[in-house]
Design a protein around this ligand. Structure first.
Ligand code: NAP
Length: 242
């Protein structure tokens, strides 16, 4: 059985293709999303750290693990590498290409983490911010950006109240260019804070930011663990598995 650590489009695509080819697989989700897009064979919830994952791999006779989690889901990626190495289970990481080769990447302010991103925005002075860093990290920007207009876009509401000058936009990608252009114009956005998630579903904001003359503050993604077999997408994972 192939265990696919999911929470991404690539994970869903891979499981659908494995199903189509009759290859036994199980998708695993963290359970963060209240209304996940579920298919047939899905388990939900953490494993209980590296030890729990190791137990799960043994008890379920897992032959290979595909880590198709989000590029910024560093914890589960680290755990998967540790558990698979300890057991000698094959591990493939779907490492979606980031945006560092984007035509405008050289003009962006690249930072290491959320704290540095908030400082970079403060250093830019007053401005109107589109914040697309995910529900879990949105409030990391308070109190640093409490004095700014911030349009925080996330698939689900953050777990606390937003500062007075912030607005919440609940939306799930893909985000086409027309809508992104409208968003930048309607809210007069001149700063974009985002993560180097890569992929096409959420990249139109980078074009819209460039057209609007907005400064882009881009958070670098964590490096994948050493020694893991990397593929760029679901098709790549399928090619090495079958
Ligand atoms: P994380 O910090 O790497 O993981 C924290 C813990 O959540 C893990 O130690 C594990 O708990 C559990 N977990 C994470 N992914 C899991 C999975 N696919 N199946 C079972 N347990 C999982 O992850 P995160 O950043 O909170 O992201 C959680 C999930 O959301 C990921 O699956 C990821 O693909 C998806 N996602 C994340 C982002 C993002 O920006 N981080 C964006 C879109 C989607 P145990 O230690 O108990 O096993």
């Amino acid at each position: 059985m192939i265990l696919v650590l999911g929470g991404t489009t690539e994970g869903r695509e891979l499981c659908a293709e494995l199903d189509r080819r009759g290859v036994a697989n199980l998708m695993s989700l963290a359970g963060r999303t209240a209304d996940p897009l579920l298919s047939e064979s899905v388990r939900v919830g953490g494993f209980g750290g590296v030890d729990g994952l190791r137990r799960f791999l043994v008890e379920n006779d897992v032959a290979a693990v595909v880590d198709a989690t989000h590029p910024f889901a560093a914890g589960i990626t680290r755990n998967a590498a540790e558990a698979c190495t300890a057991l000698g289970v094959r591990l493939i990481r779907v490492d979606r290409p980031g945006w560092s080769a984007h035509p405008h990447a050289g003009c962006w302010v690249w930072v290491e983490d959320h704290e540095a991103a908030a400082s970079a925005v403060v250093a830019l002075g007053s401005g109107r911010v589109l914040l697309t860093v995910g529900r879990q990290h949105t409030l990391d920007y308070s109190p640093a950006l409490d004095g700014h207009f911030v349009l925080a876009r996330a698939a689900e509401p953050p777990s606390g109240a937003l500062p007075m000058s912030w607005r919440l936009e609940l939306a799930r990608g893909p985000f086409p260019l027309d809508g992104e252009r409208r968003l930048f114009a309607e809210h007069r956005i001149d700063r974009l804070v985002t993560k180097d998630s890569g992929g096409e579903a959420t990249s139109a904001k980078l074009t819209a930011a460039d057209e609007a003359g907005a400064v882009v503050v881009m958070i670098r993604r964590p490096a994948p663990p050493d020694g893991v077999e990397l593929v760029p997408d679901a098709a790549g994972a399928l090619r090495v598995l079958i």
